[in-house]
Design a protein around this ligand. Sequence first.
Ligand code: ZN
Ligand code: ZN
Length: 136
Amino acid sequence: MEKYVKILKKNDLKITSQRLIVLQYLDENCIHPTADQIYSDLKINNPSLSKTTVYNALVALQKHGIIQAITISGSELRYDIPHGMHHHFYCKKCGKIVDIDISCPNIKKMSEFGHKVEEIHGYIKGICKECLKKGS
Ligand SMILES: [Zn+2]
Ligand SMILES: [Zn+2]
């Protein structure tokens, strides 16, 4: 938990146990979960946890750029701790989101113009290889 306390401190965020467990959950589960998914998983070991608290923790963490919300599916927000810039591949069949490491040529172009790129979101959609295997 020390690691997460440090992250909150660095961003001048009040340290609450809810924020800590949400951060830890996202750090340990790179599945790009929805808020509901995070809530129901954390609820198992934290029976007193409320949905609102989880939502509020997510909003606060996102505001400070500690986590990012991905709107790739078009209908729901999926949460992610950005371990460096990466793109996302979304499977239209099973809803899985996979991290894609691509060095984006636009980053270089932007810095040539004198701009500083802080975030880049590439959304790639298709059918994942597991679903393709099942389908054929
Ligand atoms: Zn799939
Ligand atoms: Zn990701």
